[in-house]
Design a protein around this ligand. Structure first.
Ligand SMILES: NC(=O)c1ccc[n+]([C@@H]2O[C@H](COP(=O)([O-])OP(=O)(O)OC[C@H]3O[C@@H](n4cnc5c(N)ncnc54)[C@H](O)[C@@H]3O)[C@@H](O)[C@H]2O)c1
Length: 426
């Protein structure tokens, strides 16, 4: 029997041992889903804190409960380790490590390179390696393949290599790892067949594409599409502001068109680990090929200017009451980058707070999901959302529209409100 058939058979019988490298927002839900599908899963992370927590039945990711971790631990289907030498054990390894940008907005590939090196050290015949991290087209073939083939093993024959972008949408109550269709591209057709067979038991719909480059680009197209469309409605918000028109009314009415329009909403700017970052991976790659990706750059420009626009609205709201930003008390509601989640990465709230403080405001914040944070050595702690707190502020600014905040009370008690999300009761 060929190694390909052997692995596909192991996947069908759920006998394959799965490794997941990087147990964060992407890796942990994937590990739990694979375990729920009947696989045994070995999670590997460089963080001792993450590994100890998981082995003790504690989840550090809001979308995964402690009970879910405990269930897969108890069933003997999941364990976590920091011991890289154990990566020889799994039949399949999914890599879910971070892919941030450097200070100069160039891809920081160090995590993918480190994970590839860890896999390489114990790579053996019959293993399938699947990269999940969002990255520029060419990464799987140009960065991972040469490193793994330097072991003397041949891709498509001795081991299998594929790219399958993660599409997790943190906080989404409908779509999770299992019911979000998953795109898979292999270095060779055998690699794609093996990767699809491995994910089949855990993922309802698999979408094979012809190459790893196509799979890498699918993810970048999806997130560039969001970034560009958010940039468009953010620009529309600025246009409407200048015209004295309510942008949300315009968008709601446009969205009644049953074809040819898709609703996107303006806001304080982009946040999170994906949409503000991923398009720059493509822009970077294209710069190397002497092509400037204009839509990506323009959307990035408009979206990053939104905090400035909204801070100006705070200034106007204070001005209407004869006050200045300097010396004003501003209460920011919500600092996570989007509603109902606890993730602060790239959150526009951080820019907004910095801008307000630079102009001399005293800023306090409330976020039911972010108890405290530190930014540039500056420590902040969430305050309780009480009538007294709201009354004490010269201006309340809604930055993140968490569902559980009492907007009616805010409306009743606030001297002025700047609502970047259109959640205040009308
Ligand atoms: N968060 C999302 O919503 C989302 C959605 C789709 C795709 N992605 C992509 O998925 C990838 C992972 O993102 P995330 O949000 O899960 O990141 P994360 O920071 O939540 O988790 C990454 C984990 O990897 C670990 N790690 C770092 N280097 C490692 C190494 N060399 N070996 C083992 N573990 C290592 C870290 O300790 C951390 O626990 C990124 O490429 C991201 O762009 C993220």
């Amino acid at each position: 029997m060929s190694l390909e058939q052997d692995l596909i058979g192991k996947a069908e019988r759920r006998e394959a041992l799965f490794g997941v490298i990087g147990l964060g927002y992407v890796g942990l839900p994937l590990a739990v889903e694979l375990a729920n599908a009947g696989f045994r899963v070995l999670g590997y992370d460089v963080s001792q804190r993450v590994v100890d927590g998981l082995n003790a039945g504690r989840s550090h990711i809001k979308d995964i409960s402690d009970a879910q971790v405990q269930a897969v631990l108890k069933g003997g289907r999941f364990s976590a380790t920091t011991d890289a030498s154990r990566l020889a054990e799994p039949d399949a390894i999914s890599i879910c490590v971070p892919t941030p940008l450097s200070k100069f907005k160039d891809p920081d590939m160090s995590y993918i390179v480190a994970a590839t090196e860890a896999v390489k050290r114990s790579l053996r015949r019959g293993q399938a390696i699947i990269l999940e991290s969002t990255t520029y087209p060419g990464t799987t073939r140009e960065v991972m393949l040469p490193a793994l083939e330097a072991t003397g093993l041949k891709v498509g024959a001795d081991f299998f290599l594929a790219f399958s972008p993660e599409r997790v949408d943190p906080g989404n109550p409908v779509y999770g790892t299992r019911n979000t269709p998953k795109v898979v591209g292999g270095i060779t057709p055998a690699c794609a067949r093996v990767a699809c067979a491995l994910y089949q038991p855990a993922i309802e719909t698999l979408v094979p594409v012809s190459t790893t480059e196509a799979a890498e680009l699918v993810k970048l197209l999806e997130n560039t599409f969001r970034s560009v469309n958010i940039g468009l409605v953010n620009e529309m918000a600025i246009v409407c502001d200048k015209l004295g028109v309510d942008v949300w009314e315009v968008i709601e009415a446009a969205a009644t068109k049953p074809f040819g329009f898709m609703k996107f909403l303006p806001g304080p700017g982009l946040g999170g680990h994906c949409i503000p970052i991923d398009p720059h991976y493509l822009a970077w790659k294209m710069r190397g090929l002497n092509y400037k990706t204009r839509f990506i750059d323009l959307a990035g420009e408009v979206n990053t200017e939104m905090p400035v626009f909204w801070v100006r609205k705070v200034g106007e709201a204070l001005n209407d009451r004869g006050r200045s930003v300097k010396g004003a008390k501003v209460l920011v509601l919500g600092v996570a980058y989007k509603r109902n989640i606890d993730d602060l990465r790239e959150s526009p709230a951080l820019d907004i707070i910095r801008l307000l403080e630079q102009q001399g405001a005293t800023v306090r914040y409330h976020d039911p999901y972010v108890a405290s944070f530190e930014e540039n050595g500056h420590q902040m702690q969430s305050v309780a959302l009480t009538e007294a707190e709201v009354r004490a502020a010269d201006c309340v600014m809604v930055v993140t529209d968490h569902a559980i905040m009492d907007y009616a009370m805010v409306k009743r008690c606030a001297a002025a409100v700047v609502d970047t999300r259109h959640v205040m009761p009308r």
